[in-house]
Every structure is written in structure tokens, then in C-alpha cells.
Design a protein around this ligand. Structure first.
Ligand code: NAD
Length: 500
């Protein structure tokens, strides 16, 4: 019988009561290893109540003391890195080194959040008028929530709760039902780091829990990362219920390859960024766009043996390039996209569909696939596939290549490979995509910058982490203060005060 997971409310593990569960698989063996309880609206409300009770004291805590909890938490996560990485890989399927990367990228946001006393400082204008000073302060919103996807079960919760909690909010996290053990363990470690009970709660569930969050009158803001269909639902429903919402969605990231690029490096980068984590990354390179047919021929010739040689193996194999996919259902969806690509007339240069992992035949493994001659009108180009599949779309000119990511419905990440500074600069300025790499295949911004796509890759105006994250999780108040000398009176004024 699979182990039953809990919620984490008010500083302790709490058993689910709905009687509804989701399966957590071991993607390597295909077995169900645990069951995630699906919360009812009432259980979500218990988590909100717990966060609400914790809020006044936590918000009143001086920012340096809140920062100290972040410092302690960082040290604890580092101490438990191996345990967390194995837990993460066992539910997600990514290789151990990549799970450590997932945790480390989250910790970098925690490091950023350690600077919260500086980040929360307001502005001050002395003598804005006679005897008048003006100052602004940033204040937390109250109870806020985060809803996270399966593909980064450590990093994305930390993107959100790190900044939100350091800023003085209390938090309800609804992680992916597919791999919730790491977020639950992070909540325990957060308590151990000195956070009072109720500051960070984890509620497990599906659409019912998400909708309860979106409609709860006491949740002030919702941060979401996941697929575009759900992101749009979260954005429209959450904002209709008066909440501040940022909702990051799907992606289809292009790499433009100019004829002057260092092709050896390009091939290395495309293999890593296209197939790492089985392509289950929102910043994976999904489309390679060589400029000129000659370069296209050479690129595909070099990519083919590299894709065929990819080492797909259980996540604990230190030599594995990537492990199994998260669920059978997702693996089969990606396979169906490969079938569709063939039907649409693209050339399947490497076919990963028949890959079987010896000894783990029931695991959710999929070999790497490579398509050439993909056209922009094909559905497999327009949709996000989210698997170990790289599509080559050939372009004749720089302009034709540069227009592809700009016209695509998604606008998360993009990369250009070139030695030409003019072309790179022009591309970075013009492209309609939120995160741009110049000779960098996965341009995920660092914690003190900010993460967010454009078009149907993100709904809402404010990005994740960095200064934008602090803005998202705080509200600004501006105080205008007059202290007239000697109690001088100015009489009533019936016109709006101006600075004339
Ligand atoms: P998903 O949309 O299926 O799930 C995300 C969250 O929404 C989960 O917590 C899930 O329980 C919940 N959810 C699922 N269906 C729902 C519904 N109908 N109503 C309400 N809530 C629902 O996404 P996923 O499969 O977990 O993650 C993969 C997707 O996330 C990909 O599309 C990927 O591109 C995207 N992603 C985007 C970013 C980014 O920053 N843009 C980062 C990581 C992943």
C-alpha cells in the first residue's frame, strides 16, 4: 500500500480528510510510491486561517530577524541537500545532479531574500514643501499563495515563498500533486530554521484546492507557474476575485544559429538545453533555427549522432544525461506529438519512441528525438511538447529567423548564437520574448534579476523574484508629513495643493 502524504498546516503535518488522492509515481519503475491527499475547500481554509493568525506578529517582526530565518533555512537546506535531491529525483525522475541544481537555484532566491532589510527600504524627500517631508514604505500584503508545477518542485516554491515571507507575508503553497514531498520537507525545514507556525503552510490538491485559493477572500495575492491553460484560468479567476496575480505559463524556446556561430559549442548547448531533464523545462530549447540551408545540413549532421548517443538512465545513475519522464501519461503525450510530427510531414531524423530501459521496462523513459524541416504552420511547432524532442526549422535569412520567436504564441526564452555583435544587439532589442540569451542556451536570470516571459507565457505584469518579486509581494504607502514651526496656521484651502 502506497504511503499517504499529508498537508502542512500551522507548523505540523495534517492528514487529508477528503478521501480523494492523486498518485505519486516512481518514474523509474512506474510504481505508485505515495498518494497525495486532495484538499477540500475547508482544508484550504484551515491553511488560510493558520497563515492569517501568524501574519500580524510575523509582519511586525523587524526585517533583520526575518532575514535571519532565511539565513538559517539556507544552511539547513544545504545540510539536507543529498536527502532533498534524492527525494526530488525519486518523484520527478530528473538526474540527481540536476535535482541539486533545482534546489540550488531556489536557494539563490533565498540568498536574495536574506537582503530583505535593504530591499524593503522606502524613499524619503526632505522639505518637499515648507515644513513638509514625504516618505514611502513597503508593507506586506497579508496572506499570499503560490501554486507550483511539477518540473521544479524545489526552485519554484522557493522563488515565491522566499521573497513573500521575507517581506513579511504569510504563505500558503499548493505544490504539484505529482511531486509534493520536497515542498513538504522544505516547510518542515523552514520551521526548524525558526519560522513561527503558520508562516509557511503547504496544502496539497488539484483544481478544487486551486479554485478555493483563487476565491478565498483573505488571500491577497496569488503567484502561479504551470501550463498556459491553467495560468490563464488562475489569472482571470484570481483577478476577478480582487487578487493581485502573476501567472507564468508554457513556452516554446527558439535558438537562432547564425552562420558565423561556433558550431561545436552550439551543438553542445543544444544537446544540453534541448534534452536535459528530458526536456521538461520551461526554458528548454525546443526549436533550433539555423540560418541558411548549408548551416542547417551541417547542424543536423552533427546533432544526429549526439542525439542517438544520449544516455537515458535512472536518475541515480551518475552518467545519465537524463532520466524518466514524470508520468506515463506525460510520456505518452510527448510520444503522440512525435507521431503527429511525422504525419504533418516533418522529417524524423532520430526516433526516440521505441527506447526501452533494460531492467526498468515499466519506467516512463523516452529516447531523444530530432526533427528536421519543421514548418511554422505545423501544430507540433505551435504547441509546447515539453519532452526530449528538438525541432529544426530552417530559415534563409536573419530576418526570417528572428521573426519566428517574435510571432510565436509563447515568449518565454530565446537564444541567438553568433559572433556578430550587431546582429546579437539588434536581435535582443527587437525580439518579442521576455528572456534572451546571447550565446547562452538557457538564459534563466539570476535571483537578483527577474524571471518572466511575454505573450502567452505569462499573465500579469510583474515578474518572479528579484526587485519585481519584492514589488509583487508588497504594497507601497506614501506619507506626507507636515510639522509647522511654532504651530503656525495656514487656514483652509479649497484648491488642490500644488508646488507652484
Ligand atoms: P499544470 O498547469 O498542469 O499544473 C500546475 C499547477 O496547477 C499544479 O499545482 C496543478 O495541481 C494545478 N492545476 C492543474 N490543472 C489545474 C486546473 N485545471 N485548474 C486549476 N489548477 C490546476 O503544469 P505542470 O504540468 O505541473 O507543469 C508544466 C508546465 O509548466 C509547462 O507548460 C511548463 O512550460 C510550465 N512552466 C512554466 C514556467 C515559467 O516560468 N513560465 C516554469 C516552469 C514550468
Amino acid at each position: 500500500m502506497a504511503r499517504e502524504l499529508n498537508h502542512f498546516i500551522g507548523g505540523k503535518q495534517v492528514k487529508g480528510t477528503s478521501g480523494r488522492f492523486g498518485d505519486v509515481f516512481n518514474p523509474t519503475t512506474g510504481e505508485v510510491q505515495a498518494r497525495t491527499p486532495f484538499a477540500t475547500g475547508g482544508e484550504v481554509r484551515n491553511a488560510v486561517d493558520s497563515a492569517q493568525r501568524a501574519f500580524p506578529e510575523w509582519a511586525a517582526q523587524n526585517p533583520q530577524k526575518r532575514a535571519r530565518v532565511m539565513f538559517n533555512f539556507k544552511a539547513l537546506v544545504e545540510k539536507h541537500m543529498d536527502e532533498l535531491a534524492h527525494m526530488l529525483s525519486s518523484e520527478h525522475g530528473k538526474v540527481i545532479a540536476d535535482s541539486k541544481g533545482d534546489i540550488q537555484r531556489g536557494l539563490e532566491v533565498i540568498e536574495f531574500a536574506c537582503g530583505i532589510p535593504h530591499l524593503m527600504k522606502g524613499e524619503y524627500t526632505e522639505s518637499a514643501g515648507t515644513g513638509i517631508d514625504v516618505y514611502s514604505m513597503r508593507q506586506p500584503l497579508g496572506v499570499v499563495a503560490g501554486i507550483t508545477p511539477f518540473n521544479f518542485p524545489a526552485m519554484i516554491p522557493m522563488w515565491m515563498f522566499g521573497v513573500a515571507i521575507a517581506a513579511g507575508n504569510t504563505f500558503v503553497c499548493k505544490p504539484s500533486e505529482k511531486d509534493p514531498s520536497v515542498p513538504l520537507r522544505l516547510a518542515e525545514l523552514f520551521m526548524e530554521a525558526g519560522a513561527p507556525a503558520g508562516v509557511l503552510n503547504v496544502i496539497n490538491g488539484d483544481k478544487e484546492a486551486v479554485d478555493a485559493i483563487l476565491k478565498d477572500p483573505d488571500i491577497r495575492a496569488v503567484s502561479f507557474v504551470g501550463s498556459t491553460v491553467v495560468a490563464e484560468h488562475v489569472f482571470t479567476t484570481g483577478t476577478a476575485h480582487g487578487k493581485r496575480v502573476q501567472a507564468m505559463g508554457g513556452a516554446k524556446n527558439h535558438a537562432i544559429i547564425m552562420p558565423d556561430a561556433d558550431l561545436d559549442q552550439v551543438v553542445d548547448d543544444l544537446i544540453g538545453a534541448g534534452y536535459g531533464s528530458a526536456g521538461e523545462r520551461c526554458m528548454a530549447i525546443a526549436v533550433a533555427v539555423p540560418v541558411t540551408d548549408k548551416l542547417g545540413d551541417e547542424l543536423v549532421k552533427r546533432l544526429k549522432p549526439r542525439v542517438e548517443a544520449l544516455k537515458v538512465a535512472p536518475s541515480t545513475d551518475p552518467d545519465a544525461n537524463y532520466g524518466p519522464m514524470v508520468t506515463r501519461e506525460h510520456r505518452d503525450k510527448v510520444k503522440a506529438y512525435i507521431d503527429m510530427g511525422v504525419k504533418e510531414g516533418a522529417e524524423l531524423v532520430v526516433d526516440g519512441r521505441e527506447f526501452r530501459m533494460q531492467g526498468y521496462e515499466k519506467g516512463f523513459f523516452l529516447g531523444g528525438s530530432l526533427f528536421d524541416h519543421v514548418k511554422p504552420n505545423m501544430k507540433t511547432y505551435q504547441d509546447e511538447i515539453f519532452g526530449p524532442v528538438l525541432q529544426v526549422v530552417r530559415a534563409k535569412t536573419f530576418d526570417e529567423a528572428a521573426a519566428l520567436p517574435s510571432k510565436h504564441q509563447y515568449g518565454n526564452g530565446v537564444a541567438i548564437f553568433t559572433r556578430d555583435g550587431d546582429a546579437a544587439r539588434e536581435f535582443a532589442a527587437r525580439v518579442q520574448v521576455g528572456m534572451v540569451g546571447i550565446n547562452v542556451p538557457i538564459p534563466v536570470p539570476l535571483a537578483y534579476h527577474t524571471f518572466g516571459g511575454w505573450k502567452r507565457s505569462a499573465f500579469g505584469d510583474v515578474n518572479q523574484h528579484g526587485p519585481e518579486g519584492v514589488r509583487f509581494f508588497t504594497k507601497i504607502k506614501t506619507v506626507t508629513a507636515r510639522w509647522p514651526k511654532g504651530g503656525a496656521r495656514e487656514g483652509s484651502s479649497f484648491v488642490i495643493p500644488t508646488m507652484r
